[in-house]
Design a protein. Structure first.
Length: 286
């Protein structure tokens, strides 16, 4: 609806000046990519602004009502609600006129609250809304242009074709074969978002990829450390086994040596006893 109003107003203005017929201007406007994307952007911005405009209109009306009740007997700019609303709208544009708003502290408070809410908060919010919507529409400018052309074709078919022409099979086939670009079905949702959101999504995706790479590298390092630790444990077990074997062998040798020495000592003691026995026998015989 807004698109029709914009196109009709522009076509009417140029047609009234004799610059271009209304129908030719509309075909010219919708047939070019940049103009059709511009119209789509304006329509989208107006659709996005409807709730905001309702809020701003409510604030302006309530402010004008309050100031009219306070200044209707002092200043002619607020002698009625209509003139008060117009004056409040001029306040939004920064035109304070010749009204003395310092007549009372209550009026001055209304003025300060109005300028703070409307001139600072709401107008900056409006700029942010328009910027965000423009960025989103800029991301899908080609799609918007194609949509506008499709709407133009449908409108031409509805307004300028007869029923017999619409029933022609060569003009309106039962099946329509379309070529789709490779990878078109894998389009990311970032195309339909603003630049800020696309950047956030890109950063988030890169952060996730980095985290996955770091996790994979940490697992690989952990596996390597585990393998090295297992190898060290195996080497330590082998060394421990060799050490125990050497200790046992050394203990066996020592024990064998001690046993040999003990046997020799026992043997020598027995020999000395036998000798002493023989000597004592010989002395008794004598």
């Amino acid at each position: 609806m807004v698109r029709h109003l914009l196109v009709a107003s522009l076509a009417g203005a140029l047609g009234a000046c004799g610059l271009a017929p209304a129908a030719d201007l509309r075909l010219f406007q919708t047939g070019f990519d940049k103009l059709s994307s511009l119209v789509s952007t304006l329509r989208s911005i107006m659709h996005e602004m409807k709730n905001f405009l309702l809020l701003m209109s409510t604030v302006i009306f309530l402010t004008s009502l309050a100031l009219t009740l306070q200044l209707s007997h002092i200043d002619p700019a607020y002698d009625s609600l209509s003139t008060g609303t117009l004056t409040a709208y001029q306040l939004m544009l920064g035109n304070f006129g010749s009204v003395d708003y310092s007549a009372s502290s209550q009026v001055l408070t209304y003025l300060l609250l109005f300028t703070l809410l409307v001139n600072i908060v709401l107008l900056n919010t409006l700029i942010a809304i328009i910027s965000e919507r423009f960025e989103k529409e800029l991301e899908k400018a080609r799609e918007s242009a194609a949509l506008e052309r499709a709407l133009l074709v449908l409108e031409i078919e509805e307004l300028h074709l007869s029923d017999a022409q619409r029933r022609r099979a060569d003009w309106f086939p039962a099946w329509l074969h379309a070529l789709k670009r490779a990878g078109a079905g894998e389009r990311s949702s970032d195309e339909w978002s603003g630049r800020v959101k696309a950047i956030k999504n890109d950063i988030h995706a890169k952060a996730e990829a980095t985290q996955r790479a770091v996790a994979a590298e940490a697992k690989a390092i952990e596996k390597k450390l585990s393998a090295k630790l297992s190898a060290m444990q195996g080497e330590m077990s082998a060394m421990q086994g060799e050490i125990l074997k050497d200790v046992k062998e050394e203990m066996r040798k020592q024990m064998s040596k001690q046993m040999t020495e003990l046997v020799e000592m026992v043997g020598s003691t027995s020999t000395s006893k036998v000798t002493m026995g023989r000597a004592s026998s010989a002395s008794s015989t004598r």
